[in-house]
Design a protein around this ligand. Structure first.
Ligand code: NAD
Ligand code: UDP
Ligand code: UDP
Length: 327
């Protein structure tokens, strides 16, 4: 990394940034970018869905630190900023141990907020478009309160994040914390796990292996897919925004596609002769999802730059290498 030969005085001035869930998909890209920009990064992860291999290339930097730790337990470190990303994000992972998922969101938020309060750090929550549930308002604006089933199989994730948001706003009101809440929409890119069941990784891996692409339901449900570099840029802009910037803020790519359209795009780029295979639609699967990013545009000067086709190209390249055993 660039900042490997610093004097003690220079080291003192480095911003110290804690990233929980830093060894996961989005977290590893965030660690990489913040380290590259000359910060000191502490990555905390319990490796439930993340992995050392996602950040191993950062370990040669003396300004990168990897800690195995579960955010359900208190953490005492001295930092200037906290990005709280720890939480499994794909349905098969967060439904594997739903009680643990709620604990991670809620206890993780309490511990990281307690830490932020003690050290007077800015703190950002990686919240989710899932707080809108199966939305009755389209596209989703931050003012929409959502349509979430509180007792279904997705609830541990959705309600866990909703409770985390509540905690963030209560710590702001009660203790004056400088909080940032990002409602992240479907994000994709290199370092997604090949077997975590998310639609982009599933389709790419299936197409590359010549297997049928599994369409859940009739494939008419929609999602909006943001490339990970754009998302990371949005998170950093949000963290650096003035404390008066309104929260929460949607971060996502407003380009909306049906699942079937996504399958066709993947097939077009990968080539091969995979078929489309229909499978049952999971319970509570939202019918549509598209972010209104007016607030992010206005307050952060942010909008995604990478079109879906280009993002897919990078991601297909990553999975091609991975399946060939080269990554
Ligand atoms: P991911 O599963 O790749 O990363 C989550 C990371 O958190 C993993 O490294 C995992 O090991 C770690 N983790 C889980 N429980 C933990 C615990 N108790 N203590 C410490 N670490 C723990 O998922 P991701 O896609 O990188 O998502 C990162 C964050 O962004 C999550 O909070 C997720 O809810 C949010 N988000 C992601 C998306 C998306 O499309 N990827 C969309 C909306 C919100
Ligand atoms: N906490 C932490 N690191 C710190 C400070 C606090 O992990 O540096 C945890 C601690 O376990 C506490 C939680 O954050 O239970 C909430 O802290 P807060 O000060 O808000 O409340 P407390 O429960 O201590 O009254
Ligand atoms: N999906 C699909 N085939 C798959 C995986 C997912 O049709 O192999 C659908 C899923 O039912 C949902 C959409 O793709 O409608 C996005 O699913 P994902 O798990 O990626 O994200 P989320 O549902 O959390 O938005």
């Amino acid at each position: 990394m660039e900042n490997t030969r610093l004097t003690a005085a220079m080291e003192w001035t480095l911003k110290k940034i804690l990233i929980t869930g830093g060894a996961g998909f989005i977290g590893s890209h965030l660690c990489e970018r913040l380290l590259r920009e000359g910060n000191e990064v502490i990555c905390v992860d319990n490796f439930f869905t993340g992995a050392k291999r996602n950040v191993v290339h950062l370990m040669q930097s003396p300004y990168f630190e990897l800690m195995r730790h579960d955010v359900c337990f208190p953490l005492y470190v001295e930092v200037d900023e906290i990005y709280n990303l720890a939480c499994p994000a794909s349905p098969i992972h967060y439904q594997h141990d739903p009680v643990q998922t709620t604990k991670t969101s809620v206890l993780g938020a309490i511990n990281m907020l307690g830490l932020a309060k003690r050290v007077k750090a800015k703190i950002l929550l990686a919240s989710t478009s899932e707080v809108y549930g199966d939305p009755a308002v389209h596209p989703q604006t931050e003012g929409y309160w959502g349509n979430v089933n509180p007792i279904g199989p997705r609830s541990c994730y959705d309600e866990g994040k909703r409770c985390a948001e509540t905690l963030f706003f209560d710590y702001q009101r009660q203790h004056g914390l400088d909080i940032k809440v990002a409602r992240i929409f479907n994000t994709f890119g290199p370092r997604m796990m090949p077997d975590d069941g998310r639609v982009v990784s599933n389709f790419i891996v299936q197409a590359l292996s010549g297997k049928p692409l599994t369409i859940y339901g009739d494939g008419s449900q929609t999602r909006s897919f943001c490339y990970v570099d754009d998302l990371v840029d949005g998170l950093i802009r949000l963290m650096n925004s003035p404390s008066t910037t309104p929260n929460p803020i949607n971060l996502g790519n407003p380009g909306e596609f049906t699942v079937r359209q996504l399958a066709e795009k993947v097939l077009q780029q990968v080539g091969g002769d995979s078929e489309l295979q229909q499978k049952p639609l999971p319970q509570d699967d939202p019918r549509q999802r598209q972010p209104d990013i007016g607030l992010a545009r206005e307050m952060l000067g942010w909008a995604p730059k990478v079109p879906l086709d280009q993002g897919l190209e990078h991601t297909i390249g990553y999975f091609r290498n991975l399946l060939a055993g080269a990554d």
